[in-house]
Design a protein around this ligand. Structure first.
Ligand code: SAM
Ligand code: NAG
Ligand code: NAG
Ligand code: NAG
Ligand code: NAG
Ligand code: NAG
Ligand code: NAG
Length: 446
């Protein structure tokens, strides 16, 4: 089983001046990976110390350890009574490079410059980290900041133009170095299609897009090229789940493959989950089985969010008011709307949704909406305005929280507006259906 996690790598500006010992040589500009070219013999400082004193010695040496892949900085010496401590040659070249304090500590247990010597070792491709390899291979003196994200066994890169010619090498190194990674793809950073998935081109590893990830104690399986998934949302999913209590109801209008819906059922909520993408719907149902959900608490739909609200949500409210649906006392109904680019545009469907005014007094539970939107920099006010304009009603007093979920790009925040969906909105009287929703007022019935 692989777990979704997010890695952010920053390839810092490589410094041309500081010639480091601990780096492969002669590989700059390599485009086709030749692993044997990464062999390098180096001289590294070591401290040979009595094995039985090791625990008192290492605290004074830790800061200088030689850290490499497949390499232990403390090893047995050929003389089995001694241990060999390897130092990073970029930090230590002579004994006095060890700090005064640490040398005092070493002297205390009888370790002196006499224990210090230089040793030849041979390093190969297996011993360099991917960061070291990229620094040695990719163009020098350029800001080559690049990020990558891992979802299951797939790493997706979003490479800057000047690195495109290195993409095969970069991909291959990541497959080699990151154990849980079997596939590396490049993708365009913009996802603006309806289903929020992106086309991916395999640049290294297997052409297998079916991933399994774990989030909030549930397993999710899906074809990553067909559906939306963002491992950076795990915490936000968790926050919403923390607001749900057993016996509550969740309507997830844009549910994807189920990161709100599936764990919510596990929390004994009754869940109505909807997504327009037929493949999301397919994997959502797959995940319901995978997590052995109690199916009497789970219903899935493959509808446009508009119809889901106008028909399914409305029907639930109506049925409840007519006594056909029951809720425990104090239970709440939650509505999640995570389609930040356009979710607010669906708010208008709540305005005046219930025409039968006689139901008003029967509706006795709280409805909380969690709607997401994108807003610029200082986004709180912009988000609030967007919600109010779209629902067509001043709901300021019903806003519970405006939360900055994450920074998407320099001037773009993902914001969640949490508000109480009041009877004033649901039972608002429609004067004329042709009236644009933004102008429509919420008129309370007398
Ligand atoms: C940003 S994703 C969110 C998925 C999931 N809730 C999550 O948090 O990861 C938005 C989802 O809305 C779906 N979608 C897009 N337009 C829709 C519509 N008009 N009605 C219902 N779902 C829609 C997409 O297929 C996508 O799965
Ligand atoms: C290192 O030496 C210890 C005894 O001092 C021994 O128990 C251990 O197996 C040795 N380790 C290796 C990798 O040789
Ligand atoms: C480098 O890694 C290889 C492969 O795991 C390992 O056999 C070798 O001992 C390592 N090199 C050093 C100097 O430890
Ligand atoms: C991946 O990179 C190649 C090479 O630049 C490019 O042609 C292709 O469009 C990229 N794929 C995506 C999905 O961006
Ligand atoms: C999104 O996924 C659908 C299948 O669900 C696929 O047909 C489509 O090509 C994908 N879109 C992109 C941009 O890859
Ligand atoms: C995953 O989805 C892509 C795009 O729809 C498709 O080409 C591929 O065959 C799918 N993979 C599997 C194993 O279903
Ligand atoms: C499934 O949920 C229903 C409704 O809450 C409940 O009556 C039933 O006992 C649950 N079944 C199991 C196996 O937990």
């Amino acid at each position: 089983m692989t777990f979704a996690h997010t890695l952010l790598v920053v390839f810092y500006r490589t410094m041309s001046t500081a010639s480091t010992i601990l780096t492969p040589l002669g590989v700059r500009g390599m485009k086709i990976l030749e692993r044997e070219k990464f062999i390098r013999k180096i001289q590294t400082p070591v401290l040979k110390v009595p094995a039985e004193k090791l625990s008192k010695i290492t605290p004074n040496c830790k800061d200088y350890f030689l850290k490499l892949e497949n390499f232990k900085p403390v090893q047995n010496d050929s003389d089995n009574k001694l241990k060999c401590i390897f130092f990073n040659p970029d930090k230590i070249s002579m004994y006095t490079d060890i700090s005064e304090n640490h040398r005092q500590g070493l002297l205390h247990v009888g370790v002196t410059e006499n224990n210090f010597e230089l040793k030849d070792i041979q390093l190969s491709y297996e011993n360099w980290s991917y960061g070291t390899i990229f620094k040695a291979v990719l163009p020098e003196n350029e800001d080559i900041v690049s990020g990558f994200t891992q979802v299951g066994h797939i790493i997706h890169l979003n490479l800057k133009d000047h690195l495109l010619e290195y993409r095969t090498l970069i991909g291959q190194v990541l497959v080699d170095k990151i154990k849980s990674c079997r596939t590396v793809v490049n993708k365009s950073s913009i996802i603006d299609n309806t289903y929020r998935n992106f086309s991916m081109e395999v640049i290294a590893g297997e052409e297998d897009f079916i991933v399994t990830v774990k989030e909030n104690q549930c397993n999710f399986m899906f074809n990553f090229s067909e559906v939306y998934w963002n491992s950076r949302l795990g915490q936000e999913h968790e926050r919403i789940l923390s607001f749900l209590k057993p016996g509550d109801v969740l309507f997830d209008v844009f549910c994807g493959v189920g990161p709100f819906a599936i764990p919510a059922v596990k929390k004994k909520c009754k869940v109505f989950a909807n997504d327009l993408n037929p493949d999301s719907f397919k994997w959502l149902n797959h995940n319901a089985n995978l997590n052995k959900l109690n199916m009497s608490l789970f219903k899935s739909y493959n509808l446009d969010g508009k119809d889901f609200i106008l028909n399914n949500f409305k029907e639930y409210i109506t049925d409840y008011c007519l006594g056909k649906e029951k809720l425990e006392k104090g239970a709440k109904l939650h509505i999640t709307m995570n389609l930040p680019a356009i979710a607010v545009e669906f708010l208008k469907y709540f305005n005046g949704l219930i025409e039968d005014q006689s139901l008003d007094e029967k509706l006795d539970f709280e409805i909380i909406v969690y709607v997401y939107c994108f807003a610029p920099g200082d986004a709180v006010l912009a988000a609030k305005t967007m919600v109010i304009e779209n629902i067509g009603c001043d709901i300021s007093d019903d806003i519970i929280d405006i939360y900055d979920v994450r920074n998407v790009s320099p001037k773009k925040e993902m914001i969640r507006v949490t508000f109480r969906l009041s009877k004033k909105v649901l039972f608002s009287v429609r004067n004329s259906d042709s009236e644009p929703p933004k102008k429509k007022l919420c008129l309370e019935n007398e």
